[in-house]
Design a protein around this ligand. Structure first.
Ligand SMILES: NC(=O)c1ccc[n+]([C@@H]2O[C@H](COP(=O)([O-])OP(=O)(O)OC[C@H]3O[C@@H](n4cnc5c(N)ncnc54)[C@H](OP(=O)(O)O)[C@@H]3O)[C@@H](O)[C@H]2O)c1
Length: 321
């Protein structure tokens, strides 16, 4: 009996039980009016306070390939509106056009970009970083966050050249171009938790992000920085194997790259150890274990381990020279 008419009837019943005589229509009308007065018109329910997106102005010093990938990812994923992004062209006007096509603001000079940004990404080649930071040093007020993606340039140098302590260093990798970067960041002395969250949101727009101490950055470069090239080689070699076994080239290449993508996705999505996934697909005396036996004869795993260690060592040498 949730119908109001029934409710009125029930109220009447309980208030005047037993009725001495049938209710006079005037009483019924009064009850009904009373009920209507009690049932106040529904008030608009205030919408739950929406979490305000953290909109900040993002400037790129160096409108190159990686900067464009980040800008595109950030705008496409809605982390920031495109209008919150700015850069200035250097020599090639087509770089500015690429940013314009995203909807970013094109300013005239690096100084204007710094002046008009809260977060400034240094995205020039490593050998230019010093010169650029020394030039921008007088403009870097305390509230600005400096982010460097330049490979091999250490936090100590970034802070020293810029005279700024609110710095985050990030090491992304080339799959940033397709939104599948593996990026690692480390925080400078004065970078805040909010700064870390902002940079995480930017690089999450182009892949996955970890925070780690800077002491790991050489090894990060040897693994995820150089790693895509190791896998390109593996894809090419697997495709060559397919061709050697009689497959047409296109089919072999498609199968090889999709197999690498599928295997990596399984590791990421199942959370299972790759050794466990390997065991699940190797049946006794089957084809896969026969193939693995050949890989082990060629020291497949040892070679990959050595490759990462050698690239790490080389990165260390280069950053010391
Ligand atoms: N690409 C990657 O996947 C990747 C991965 C990890 C780290 N990184 C790092 O990311 C940085 C950028 O790499 P990238 O591949 O994007 O290089 P890039 O395409 O060559 O971009 C560099 C940009 O800097 C501009 N530039 C040069 N001198 C400048 C100056 N004085 N002021 C302002 N802009 C200037 C260049 O403009 P003009 O061409 O017009 O001179 C160009 O647009 C590098 O430090 C690299 O180590 C890249």
């Amino acid at each position: 009996m949730s119908d109001p008419a029934c409710w009125v009837f029930n109220v009447y019943q309980s208030a005047s039980k037993p009725p001495a005589s049938p209710p006079h229509p005037r009483h019924l009308l009064r009850l009904l009016l009373g009920f209507l007065a009690m049932a106040a018109p529904p008030q608009p329910v205030p919408a739950p306070a929406a979490v305000r997106p953290d909109v900040f102005r993002l400037g790129f010093i160096g409108p190159g390939n990686l900067a464009e990938s980040i800008a595109r990812g950030v705008a496409a994923s809605g982390v920031l509106p495109a209008t919150a992004i700015r850069t200035a062209p250097h020599r090639r006007p087509e770089r500015a056009e690429a940013f314009s096509s995203i909807g970013a603001h094109i300013l005239e000079t690096n100084a204007q970009v710094v002046d008009d940004s809260d977060v400034i990404v240094i995205s020039v080649k490593p050998q230019i970083v010093r010169q650029v930071l020394v030039e921008l040093k007088p403009l870097l007020s305390e509230e600005k966050l400096l982010v460097s993606i330049a490979a091999g340039i250490k936090m100590e140098d970034l802070q020293g050249w810029s005279g700024h302590r609110r710095v985050i260093r990030v090491m992304p990798n080339t799959p940033s171009a397709v939104g599948q970067a593996a990026s690692v960041m480390c925080l400078g002395e004065m970078a805040t938790e909010n700064d870390e969250n902002r940079v995480r949101s930017l690089f999450s727009a182009i892949g996955k992000v970890w925070t780690a101490e800077e002491k790991y950055f050489d090894a990060v470069t040897g693994l995820s920085g150089s790693g895509p090239a190791y896998i390109f080689l593996a894809i090419e070699a697997m495709a060559d194997g397919g061709v050697a076994a009689g497959l047409p080239r296109d089919l072999a290449l498609g199968l090889a790259s999709q197999t690498v993508l599928g295997a990596a996705t399984m590791v990421n999505q199942t959370g299972k150890h790759p050794g466990q996934l390997k065991d699940m697909v190797t049946s006794p005396a089957g084809t896969t274990i026969t193939g693995i036996q050949e890989l082990e004869k060629g020291a497949f795993r040892g070679t990959l381990i050595n490759a990462v260690v050698a690239a790490t060592k080389r990165c260390r040498e280069l950053s010391q020279s």
